[in-house]
Design a protein around this ligand. Structure first.
Ligand code: AMP
Length: 284
């Protein structure tokens, strides 16, 4: 497995692979890898000839009071995990390689970023769209793999790729969970045992939405309120949002007549977790 720290070096690797007609798969990550990331990599291996993973804790997607400095960095373990699933190359640039001192160009997607996480993290998505554009330009993948765990991110990136005519396909991989239902996240490691147990309420609440939808409930406000009420029963959960939007359009919705995203964010102590589910009208 190759390890690159410089943009020029990974470019050379990609150019050679493309010359041989290889399909390039790309999995961008911030490291602290877990089974969610590995599932993306395995899918990339299935669909592509060469898989490149980036491990870069991107400063521009963190707000001033967020956990950039404290974000877990587990480099050696990450390399072993990448190797274990057959990744061909890891791109691990440092901050200066990605953002030289006089850097100042942003990519911003309008319309989808003012809701959900965009409301409580107003500069987050422009950080994501900017770094992902840079990484796409560097790696020039044929396919890029993202997790449904970050549902809004997926929708925003798909719009960016379409709006800017980026020549690649985005592949979305379902949410990977621990056995008890907690969505895998690099931030789960921050949780105390008590908070981790409390955090299971997110999955329980989202399941409630699914059950209601399957029983024929079509009032989205009612479903959303039921999810919120379920989370409110957990004293350690500090809700940031419980919201419902059409998926993938992220438009307000009152009647369950198409796919609807129910997305939640809540803090357990200082750790902010997100989770979501897509519900559909009964009988579909
Ligand atoms: P991150 O390192 O948190 O930026 O995540 C890198 C990629 O892994 C993103 O596309 C995430 O959506 C995806 N990912 C993170 N956690 C999960 C999970 N539990 N299930 C599926 N994909 C995930």
């Amino acid at each position: 497995m190759k390890i690159f720290e410089k943009v020029a070096d990974v470019r050379e690797f990609v150019t050679n692979a493309k010359r041989q007609g290889k399909v390039i798969g790309f999995v961008p990550t911030m490291g602290a890898l877990h089974e969610g990331h590995l599932t993306l990599m395995r899918e990339a291996k299935k669909q592509c000839d060469v898989v490149i993973v980036s491990i870069f804790v991107n400063p521009t997607q963190f707000g001033p009071n967020e956990d950039y400095a404290a974000y877990p960095r587990t480099w050696q373990q990450d390399l072993e995990l990448c190797q274990s699933v057959g990744v061909d190359a890891v791109l691990h640039p440092d901050k200066d390689e990605m953002y030289p001192e006089d850097w100042g160009t942003w990519v911003e997607v309008e319309g989808l970023t003012g809701v959900l996480c965009g409301r409580s993290r107003p500069t987050h998505f422009r950080g994501v769209t900017t770094v992902v554009t840079k990484l796409f330009n560097i790696v020039q993948p044929d396919k890029a793999f993202f997790g449904q765990k970050d549902a809004q991110q997926v929708v925003v990136l798909m719009k960016m790729v379409r709006d800017l005519n980026m020549p690649l396909e985005i592949v979305v991989v379902p949410i990977v969970r621990d056995e008890d239902g907690l969505a895998k996240s690099s931030r789960n490691g921050y949780l105390t045992a008590e908070q981790r147990k409390a955090a299971l309420v997110l999955r329980r609440a989202l399941n409630r939405a699914d059950v209601l939808a399957r029983q024929g409930e079509s009032n989205v406000d009612f479903i959303q309120s039921a999810v919120r009420a379920c989370i409110e029963l957990e004293p350690l959960a500090d809700i940031d949002y419980v919201e419902a939007y059409t998926f993938p359009g992220l438009q307000p919705v009152t009647e369950l007549q198409q796919k609807v995203l129910i997305a939640v964010a809540a803090k357990f102590g200082t750790t902010r977790l997100i989770d979501n589910i897509i519900i559909e009208p009964a009988g579909r």
